[in-house]
Each structure stands twice: as C-alpha cells, then as structure tokens.
Design a protein. Structure first.
Length: 226
C-alpha cells in the first residue's frame, strides 16, 4: 500500500520498481531508475518518490510478516545498487561550501536511510562525509576533535538503538555545544517525545526534509540538481 503522494509521472514507476524489488530483479529495477533520470525526472524526486517510498513499503511488508527477512534484505540490496547508479548519473547542484557528516548511531546496522540522506545532501550541493553504519560514539568524538562539520546528522532506525542516540547526542553536546545536530530515522517516528527531549536542532522524517532544514539552518540556498 503506497500512500505517499508522488511527483507527477512517478506513481506508476515506483509501483513497477517495488515489483522488481520483491521479485529480486536487479536489472529491471535499475533500468526503471535510469530510464527515469534519462527522461528528465529530477534525481531527488526519484530518490524520494520511487526508491525511498518503495523501501518504506518493503519495511511495512516485513513488519507485517508478509515477506521474510531474506526478501527484505534482497529488496534493500537492490535499492542500495539503484542509489549508487542514480548518484553516478545525476547532476549535482553547485557547491554551497557547507560540510555535513552523516552517521548511524552505535549499534545501528540499517544504513540505507542514512545513505539516502547523504546522497540527497550531496546532490543538493552540500559537502558530505558519510560515516556509515554502527559508528561508535567514542570514534565519532575522536573525529570531532580533529575536524568539525557545519552540521552532524545522526540516523537511528531500530527503536532499541534510541539509547545510543541519546548517548551520542549528549556526549557530542558536552564537548561541542554549538555544533548543530540533526536526527532522523524510523525509530524517531516511533518515540517522538523521547526524541524531542534530546533537544536536537533538526528532527526530520526523511531526506527531503533534512535537505530543506539543513539549508535553512546553515543559511544557504538550494540549487537545482537533475
């Protein structure tokens, strides 16, 4: 059940893409994505209204036991591949000079949402360092002692990793009081009150929201990548 309202021309595409995912047809999924961008659809719209929307449906099907863990992994692997090819073929907006780090909190192995965020920010003109899944808080703090971004984005998908989000946010705040922190991910939607208590500068539902919120927070305009 795909409920999010897609951009014009993408409703049918994401349904076909989801079908290819669930059938494990990597080639068909990739051809759909590349055909869309070659046909003039914006890369960020394809990310949001096709890949991200289909991936949310995959997550729902898994939660309802309509598909197995193996099938969920298969579908996610296809989306990882599609994102990589989309990134390679898309045009990037002009560099705005702002650096954002994107990381999954310690223990969080579901890195797809964070990767989608990193790609979206990059295509929108931000400089991005993507730190990947399961980033130990101690290692994150060590990196911040050597360099500092304009914004730190932390991702948490599973609710049992919310304590790691709390620990990371608290410890980063303790050492870098003025560093803006953005948080997002599926777990944030499950426990909004707990997340709000962290006092993050930005709390978002998806990549598109983060791109807009980061631009506003950092005082930069958004270009127009394809």
């Amino acid at each position: 059940m795909l409920n999010d309202a897609p951009s014009a021309g993408l409703a049918d595409l994401r349904t076909r893409y989801l079908t290819a995912q669930l059938e494990g047809d990597r080639r068909a999924a990739l051809e759909l994505v590349l055909s869309a961008i070659q046909g003039g659809q914006p890369a960020l719209a394809i990310q949001r209204d096709v890949i991200q929307a289909a991936q949310r449906e995959v997550g729902r099907l898994w939660q309802e036991n309509a598909i197995s863990i193996a099938e969920e992994h298969m579908a996610t692997a296809i989306s990882q591949m599609a994102l990589a090819h989309l990134y390679d073929h898309a045009e990037r907006a002009p560099d705005n000079g702002k650096l954002i780090w994107v990381a999954c909190v310690e223990g969080e192995l579901h890195d797809f949402p964070a990767r989608l965020v990193a790609d979206s920010l990059d295509l929108a003109g931000f400089q991005v360092k993507y730190l990947g899944a399961n980033v130990p808080t101690a290692s994150l703090l060590e990196l911040l002692e050597r360099a500092r971004p304009d914004l730190l984005a932390l991702s948490v998908t599973m609710s049992f990793n919310l304590p790691s989000l709390y620990g990371a946010t608290t410890r980063v705040r303790g050492r870098h009081l003025n560093l803006p922190i953005a948080i997002g991910g599926g777990a944030c939607q499950l426990a909004p009150a707990a997340v709000q208590s962290l006092g993050a500068d930005i709390c978002v539902r998806d990549a598109a929201e983060l791109v807009a919120a980061a631009a506003d927070r950092l005082g930069v305009g958004l270009g127009a990548p394809r």
